[in-house]
Design a protein around this ligand. Structure first.
Ligand SMILES: Nc1ncnc2c1ncn2[C@@H]1O[C@H](COP(=O)(O)OP(=O)(O)OP(=O)(O)O)[C@@H](O)[C@H]1O
Ligand SMILES: [Mg+2]
Length: 648
């Protein structure tokens, strides 16, 4: 009732004078940061407090025209009310519905389950708190308390590095500190006072009423446009109605955008190019990150609630046309930035809802980077390039996060532009240069009714009908996929894939054993195996082995590895290990080049790579242009030299 009166009052004052505007400005002490109250109350109640304090006009509900009136859209209101009525709930089920998945995405049953699950979670937390307060179990620190402790540790620690990150003009300082309790990643997140938060909420409501925030948009350009639109509008509102200084406008509109169409403070972590992984484990623990230089670090970024994590997961899912619900609680997707995301909801993840973001290198790595940072060597790249040129089949293996996908991407830059490349992945990770004749495909999970799934196998089978010259498979995991992939190799397609294995010998063993289970007589279709490894202690990645698979009937598996290059830890370099028995000979047999000529080609490629390294041309386009030039200079002669005769 009270609220209704207030709205009416504010409607009367729609044609408010300049004076009123100034009053609003005075009432909202915006200069940032203002001291935050301990345990701030819910924003909605806070707004009510401001109103109850006897003001004539509250900024939270003032509009300059009836269209601007910031009532929630009828769709949102209706859904709140409907769901509340249906389940006999006291208030809105989902408070920030505009940031949440639409409730119509959930069936009645799912909504009930969602509610009962979150109830059971709340009960579990309460029971735990009771246990703690009765002294039965030692008290666990809350996330907030942990962050407070972290600040104290940092005060006594040493700052290792400081730099700034910027997400939508929210520009903040990062401090990495070494303390007695380990290393921490501290983001100086702007603290907003409660009135400032209220002001932001007003602007947010105006924006939601004015611009449709559609999470189904999957086109990056459309999202860019939406971001620009929202930002411009937010800036106008902040400037014209609240007369804020320029720097505050930038900051506040940036915060709004990050919250409205992004992942809030997580956006700041996503914007840090030094991070490889961002992990949200639950709302009770602060976010952890994997830093390129310092490894795993605990941050001071805390998410508000489990609900918020679930909302973020839902937003990410909808952007890629998927869903994450209690019935489909796992999600593999990617952000608009291309970063890979995996999300699992409670109770499958027993601690709480979890999100793992694997960040892409913003600028894709290239062979020159990998030569410079010693991941790989000139010799090995010259060999991979030649193998790629003449259509050998290559597997890239390694442990978790050892850099398999990255070396596959780096090597794919050597593909000739006149061949059709089809890539198949669960989530888009590969980034290849424009000039390649490339069709990227990604799989799709089924919807909650179990419909609409597109599997790797579907795509593999289909890709063979697309007349590919080269097939890239994100990761070989299951038997069916492996069978089709080996079939593709045997029918004259050139195949590149990643496999989870720690060495060349283990790659063979992984291939012939469950779950991949490739018949051993097929393995000889693989020519080269490049194995990566990650030194966890020093946080560096190196090429561990480059091996050719040589057929050997006496071997149980039908092939054995012949190591051509290997990593030498004492000198931290990749050295020649054995002499090729198969690859050079096959190259020579199928291309008509003599071994001397092949060696000359290798030398030529080494010179090109060395030239690029010397001139510090290390970006993807620079390297790709040099590779393209090489192929153009080779002329038609080489492009028509096929290593294998296509059977079909
Ligand atoms: N040689 C390298 N030097 C530095 N960083 C690297 C290197 N190779 C990969 N990275 C980074 O390491 C992370 C993991 O790489 P990548 O995704 O290629 O690993 P992976 O082995 O494919 O992982 P998964 O097992 O999850 O498939 C990425 O953030 C990537 O940018
Ligand atoms: Mg990978």
């Amino acid at each position: 009732m009270k609220n209704k009166r207030i709205i009416k009052r504010s409607q009367k004052s729609i044609a408010h004078s300049h004076k009123t505007k100034h009053r609003i400005f005075h009432r909202i002490p915006v200069p940032l940061p203002l001291p935050t109250k301990e345990n701030p109350t819910d924003l909605k109640e806070e707004k009510a407090e401001i109103v109850d304090a006897g003001s004539e006009v509250t900024p939270t509900i003032t509009g300059s025209s009836p269209e601007d009136e910031p009532v929630a859209s009828p769709y949102l209101q209706q859904n709140h009310e409907e769901v509340a009525k249906r389940y006999g709930l006291p208030g809105p089920v989902i408070k920030k519905l505009h940031l949440d998945a639409k409730s119509e995405d959930y069936t009645e049953k799912e909504t009930k389950e969602r509610i009962s699950l979150s109830d059971s979670r709340e009960r579990a937390i309460q029971a735990k708190q009771q246990q703690e307060s009765s002294g039965e179990t030692p008290k666990m620190l809350t996330g907030k308390e942990m962050v407070e402790q972290m600040v104290n540790y940092i005060k006594d620690g040493t700052i290792l590095e400081e730099y700034r990150v910027n997400a939508n003009q929210v520009n903040v300082k990062v401090s990495i500190a070494s303390t007695s309790e380990g290393k921490f990643y501290f983001l100086k997140i702007p603290e907003l006072s409660i009135p400032t938060k209220a002001l932001l909420d007003t602007v947010r409501q105006k924006l939601v009423a004015a611009i449709e925030v559609n999470f189904e948009i999957t086109d990056v350009n459309a999202i860019d446009k939406l971001t620009r639109n929202l930002k411009e509008r937010a800036e106008i509102i902040l400037k014209q109605q609240f007369h804020l200084p320029e720097e505050n406008i930038n900051l506040l509109s940036g915060i709004l955008i990050n919250e409205m169409i992004g992942l809030g403070n997580i956006e700041l972590l996503v914007a840090d190019p030094n991070l490889e992984e961002i992990v949200v484990t639950s709302a009770t623990e602060s976010v952890r990150v994997y830093h390129k230089k310092y490894g795993w670090l605990i941050t001071n970024v805390l998410l508000e609630s489990e609900k918020q994590i679930e909302n973020y997961s839902a937003i990410i899912a909808r952007r890629v046309g998927r869903q994450i619900t209690t019935l489909t609680p796992m999600l593999d997707a990617h952000l608009i930035t291309g970063d890979r995301v995996n999300s699992i909801l409670y109770p499958i993840c027993t601690k709480g809802n979890t999100i793992t973001i694997r960040k892409f290198a913003r600028e894709p790595w290239t062979a020159i980077d990998f030569i410079n940072n010693k991941t790989c060597s000139l010799d090995v790249f010259a060999l991979i390039w030649t193998a790629m040129q003449y259509e050998l089949n290559i597997l890239f293996s390694g442990g978790t996060a050892s850099g398999k996908t990255t070396i596959l991407n780096v090597s794919s830059l050597f593909l000739p532009p006149y061949h059709r490349v089809i890539s198949i992945e669960d989530t888009r990770e590969l980034q290849l240069p424009e000039h390649l004749y490339w069709t990227p495909l990604v799989t799709r999970m089924p919807n909650p009714e179990g419909k609409g799934a597109v599997t790797m196998l579907d795509l593999l089978v289909n890709s063979l009908r697309m007349r590919p010259d080269r097939i890239i498979l994100g990761e070989m995991r299951r038997q069916e996929e492996a069978e089709v992939l080996f079939e593709a190799m045997h029918t004259g397609h050139s195949v590149y894939a990643t496999v989870h294995a720690d060495s060349a010998a283990e790659t063979i063993s992984r291939l012939v054993n469950p779950p991949i289970n490739v018949p051993s007589n097929l393995l000889k279709a693989v020519h080269l195996c490049v194995t990566m490894f990650r030194d966890r202690r020093r946080g560096m990645r190196r090429t561990y082995q480059v091996a050719e698979f040589i057929p050997d009937e006496s071997e149980k598996n039908g092939v054995k590895p012949n190591i051509l290059y290997r990593y030498e830890p004492t000198t931290d370099s990749i050295i020649k290990h054995g002499t090729s028995i198969r690859v050079f000979e096959e190259l020579s047999r199928h291309t008509g080049l003599s071994i001397t000529e092949i060696n000359k080609e290798l030398e030529n490629k080494k010179q090109i790579l060395m030239g690029l390294a010397k001139r510090n041309i290390r970006d993807m386009n620079g390297v790709a242009t040099a590779v393209k030039k090489y192929y153009l200079e080779q002329g038609v002669l080489n492009s028509s030299t096929k290593l294998k005769q296509r059977k079909n």
